[in-house]
Design a protein around this ligand. Structure first.
Ligand SMILES: Cc1ncc(C[n+]2csc(CCOP(=O)(O)OP(=O)(O)O)c2C)c(N)n1
Ligand SMILES: [Mg+2]
Length: 961
């Protein structure tokens, strides 16, 4: 290869000249001489692109460019033959020199690109030095044809890495510093050119390093000392007690500290943190400022909340809390979300909370409130909820302006090594789906960790997108501190046993830099220890503060009380008419769908006659009236805008333009938000998000609707671990409404049952409400009741399918207005036509749609001595009201009739409860008798004929005394 003495040979004009020749070559190869033809013909696609970039011209493909390489436009040359431009020294470069230079340049740039792509694979990420990095030919200059003798030659690289010219050796040094030090950056997968350029510039210019001031370095030391000191203190005082220590990953503490500090400078005011077990106590103490004394008291088995607080309490590494931190005058409010043991499931809950807080603050840019989620390496890679939560992060209904993720990558999951934990090289690979930067960093280089944290928060605040920090570290002890890790990882733990702590290493580094002496480093620890020792002594006289409960947005709320709990939920006739008009009004110029117009006509008829209000109208009136009263409404789930069963029509589409119109956004000029979001096809993340939203905002009616009720089991963890038990475990209320379409209508095993038995089995200690309403008005009151009481309880509502359009399942205007309210059970519609109470032979207790089947059949058979009573609310069970109701029917037998198989539905839940009611009511029947489908493995048959036969049989049995 030719050596080129004049290193300006491929400066701008020459590059442009070559590009020009190339364009000529493409339009007709014969336009350039043979040697150029050979040269150009030998370029691969990447080299062509590099050449194009090099010329600085923005070229558009010419018509005669058949190459598909986008290289057609010939730079203007006034038609004159193109001459090689002169170099700055006045020498005209020879064609051979130019070719050699061009070849050098494109190959050097290919090397640069390879490092940008793959350099992270050679980065020094593992503090234990055990990671197998592999070998990558593309990262070796020889791969591009550079011989050892070529390595010092100056090459034009057009500003890459901040250099115009550099030798391969210089280029390699810069690349290794930037991409293969203790930080590995994955960013070439970013699809937004501005974001990609920002990251590149941000890492390449300073060679991916911050030169910390002496103060900065001391602050980092102080924070890793806190991280280490806290764990060591607990290790000594409470040996063998589970704490899921951060030992080995102490750099987490300065990492979060930097996010807060830099974030505060960039407009951050609040952080909602979600995290796993690992390091949770340390974060509570060193980030959230939870008092050492309270933490130590918990280690001694005491509660850190006062004894009069109800609830089951939870283990110390799960509870939520909040606090305020101050940085250079920027105050940051922190709240740590309570989480269950189930790893990663807190992620969407955090996002939902953040969304609610952003709306409360009017933080439209998502600058003020940040979700910060910490993960374990195994959990992040393994749990599907990670992907689901990432997937919803950029959707308009669920955006929170980017989450900062920190993976505490201790290179192990319990006893499982990374090779068995994931298919890809990194535990963070799933995050690539978002095309956001991923910073891998060696946790034993705390300065690198802090540098990365700074870039991460800058990226998030600038672009409002997720960003991932993957902090490689190790786990000094077993999975918990009582475990023996050498059973399974003997070699790793031999290494860890002799591994000096991050803090120890950093003190040595600072000493070698002349910043502190080792003794001064120790003094930082001694001071921290003294504070903890003092706090430890104080546990003897520890009195817990008032529980962190019902503050802020929850001010004025109480622990639930009372029996009927109706709330004041009726509305005035004027309001009903006013809201109804808005719901049926088509704005000027809006091309309404013809079928929808018929639905609106029906609504108008309801308003005119005051009769026949259907389910959708009842719901819309509930939403509209709440909006009118100043409560926001947020509904999300699959296809909720139209409604799975085409009944809701909360969002209309202009038939010409597809423009959206949302009637409930036009209730009054100053109304709060009405949001209806068609969710992605996820149950878990979306339900978790809405639950989180409801935790942060008691003034918004927050609803999640399943497409069919049975799909709710795809979100089972949310029901079990959060919604049903959150208040008891963590003292966190939620007024979330869950709508679950349910009913036996011959649609087969998968679309009949919302599995009410599951929700009833979870019902205890007043944890939630489980309802199955049969009238639009009762549904209306149930929804409004969610906000018209001074406590919040989740509501799980079985909702109808065929009843959406059933002639009898309607309400009239009086059922919404003065004097109306929610009813926990509903009387027989034909009560007045039945025989006197003491002559009634049978009471059929039931819930839901089967009531209408029973009513129709009884009318057909003209039976007048069987009364049907509907339970509209299964839990809390209206024991005394039902006893009062049944008392007059002294001579009746009592059956429970359900459509569901005996092992499913409500029977096992109501059986003993009804028995107790009968005993209190002192009537002849001592026990209810079951009528319904026989026990079955699947919820329903897939055969219509069998379904109908079963249904007819159970109705017949229920009515045959
Ligand atoms: C969903 C779920 N499955 C299983 C477990 C049991 N478990 C607790 S910790 C753990 C290992 C987690 O590994 P990693 O995510 O790497 O975190 P680390 O403990 O290493 O910090 C497992 C499997 C759990 N908590 N949650
Ligand atoms: Mg791990």
């Amino acid at each position: 290869m030719t050596h080129i003495a004049d290193n300006t040979v491929l400066s701008g004009p020459n590059a442009e000249y070559i590009a020009h020749l190339y364009a000529e070559f493409l339009s007709s190869p014969s336009k350039v001489d043979e040697s150029w033809r050979v040269f150009f013909g030998g370029l691969d696609d990447e080299e062509v692109v590099l050449l194009q970039e090099l010329s600085g011209a923005s070229w558009t493909p010419a018509e005669n460019d058949k190459s598909g390489r986008g290289f057609g436009h010939v730079p203007a040359n006034d038609g004159a033959a193109v001459k090689p431009p002169q170099s700055s020294s006045g020498v005209t470069a020879s064609a051979e020199d130019l070719k050699a230079a061009a070849r050098d340049t494109v190959r050097a740039l290919k090397l640069v690109r390879a490092y940008r792509s793959w350099g992270h694979r050679l980065a020094d990420l593992d503090p234990l030095g055990m990671m197998d990095k592999g070998e990558y030919a593309e990262l070796d200059p020889a791969y591009y044809g550079f011989e050892p003798s070529d390595l010092d030659r100056s090459i034009f690289i057009n500003g890459a890495l901040g250099m115009e010219y550099a030798s391969i050796n210089q280029i390699l040094a810069a690349l290794k510093q930037t991409y293969c030090g203790t930080i590995g950056v994955e960013y070439l997968h970013l699809s937004d050119p501005e974001e990609k350029a920002w990251v590149q510039e941000r890492i390449e210019t300073p060679r991916n390093k911050t030169d910390f001031t002496v103060e900065g370095k001391k602050a980092i030391l102080e924070r890793i000392t806190a991280g280490e000191g806290f764990e060591q203190f607990l290790h000594k005082k409470y040996p063998g007690t589970k704490r899921f220590g951060i030992d080995g990953g102490e750099a987490l503490i300065p990492c979060i500290e930097q996010l807060m500090k830099r974030g505060g400078q960039l407009g951050l005011e609040e952080i909602v943190i979600g995290m796993a077990h690992r390091g949770r106590l340390n974060v509570l103490a060193n980030i959230m400022d939870k008092s050492f004394t309270a933490i130590f008291a918990e280690f001694q088995g005491q509660s850190s909340t006062p004894g009069d607080v109800l609830g089951s309490a939870d283990v110390k590494y799960h509870l939520g809390t909040s606090s305020d931190r101050d940085y250079d005058g920027n105050s940051i409010h922190l709240s740590l979300t309570a989480n269950p043991s189930h790893l990663e499931f807190v992620n969407p809950v955090v996002a939902g909370k953040v969304r609610a807080k952003q709306i409360q603050r009017g933080d439209a840019e998502s600058i003020a409130v940040l979700p910060l989620v910490l993960h374990g390496d195994a959990a992040f890679a393994g749990q599907g909820i990670t992907a689901e939560t990432l997937m919803i992060s950029e959707l308009s209904g669920y955006r929170v302006g980017g989450t900062v993720h920190i993976v505490i990558n201790n290179q192990i999951g319990f006893t499982t090594m990374p090779t068995f934990s994931r298919s890809g090289p990194y535990s963070t690979d799933v995050a690539k789906m978002l095309a956001v930067p991923i910073f891998h960093v060696n946790g034993d280089d705390p300065e690198a960790v802090v540098h990365v944290a700074r870039m991460a928060i800058e990226f998030r605040q600038k672009f409002q997108r997720d960003v991932v920090i993957d902090m490689y570290c190790y786990r000094r002890y077993g999975h918990n501190e009582g475990d023996e890790p050498a059973f399974t990882q003997p070699l790793m733990y031999k290494k860890i046993a002799v591994q000096e702590t991050t803090r120890g290493k950093y003190i040595k580094q600072l000493a070698s830099e002349g910043i502190i002496t080792e003794a001064e480093g120790q003094a930082v620890m001694d001071a921290y220890y003294a504070r903890m020792e003092e706090a430890f002594q104080a546990t003897k006289t520890f009195e817990p503060n008032a529980a962190d409960f019902l503050g802020g947005a929850w001010d004025g709320m109480k622990v639930a009380y009372g029996d009927a709990r109706r709330g004041d939920t009726h509305i005035s006739v004027e309001d009903l008419q006013g809201i109804g008009k808005v719901l049926a009004h088509v704005p000027e110029g809006f091309a309404i769908n013809k079928k929808l117009q018929r639905v609106l006509n029906a609504k108008n008829k309801m308003l005119e006659t005051g009769e026949g209000f259907d389910w959708a109208m009842g719901e819309a009136l509930a939403f509209g009236s709440l909006l009118k009263e100043g409560f926001a409404v947020r509904l999300s789930g699959q296809d909720v805008g139209r409604g799975t069963f085409s009944h809701r029509h909360a969002i209309w589409r202009d038939q010409e333009t597809e423009k959206k119109y949302v009637p409930l956004q036009h209730i009054s000029p100053d109304q709060p938000r009405f949001e209806a979001h068609d969710s992605p096809l996820s149950e878990m993340a979306v339900l978790g998000f809405e639950y989180g939203y409801s935790l942060a905002d008691p003034k918004t009616l927050t609803l999640w609707e399943a497409q069919f009720g049975d799909f709710a089991n795809g979100a089972q963890v949310m029901f079990d671990q959060f919604i049903s038990s959150g208040e008891s475990k963590w003292l966190r209320m939620s007024g979330l409404v869950v709508l679950l379409p349910h009913g036996y209508e011959g649609q087969g095993p998968e679309h009949s049952s919302a599995r009410p038995e599951r929700f009833l089995q979870l019902a205890a200690e007043d944890n939630w409400q489980v309802c199955n309403c049969t009238t639009p008005a009762n549904y209306f009151h149930a929804l409004r009741r969610q906000l018209h009481r001074d406590f919040r309880k989740p509501l799980v509502m079985m909702t109808p399918k065929s009843l959406l359009r059933h002639k009898l399942a309607v309400s009239d205007v009086s059922m919404f207005t003065e004097g109306s309210t929610f009813h926990r059970f509903l009387w027989d519609d034909d009560k007045g036509k039945l025989v006197a109470a003491d002559k009634i032979k049978r009471i059929v207790l039931c819930t839901g749609k089967v009531y209408y089947d029973l009513l129709a059949e009884r009318r057909l058979r003209e039976i007048d001595d069987v009364m049907i009573l509907r339970l509209e609310q299964l839990y809390p069970f209206a024991h005394s009201a039902l006893a009062d109701e049944l008392t007059p029917y002294k001579n009746a037998d009592v059956i429970w009739c359900q459509e569901e198989p005996e092992n499913q539905g409500y029977w096992h839940f109501v059986d003993r409860r009804i028995e107790a009611v009968l005993s209190d009511a002192d009537i002849k029947a001592k026990r209810p008798v079951y009528v319904g489908r026989v026990s079955a493995a699947a919820p329903a048959t897939g055969l219509m004929s069998r379904h109908q036969a079963e249904q007819a049989k159970l109705v017949d049995e229920a009515l045959s005394v």
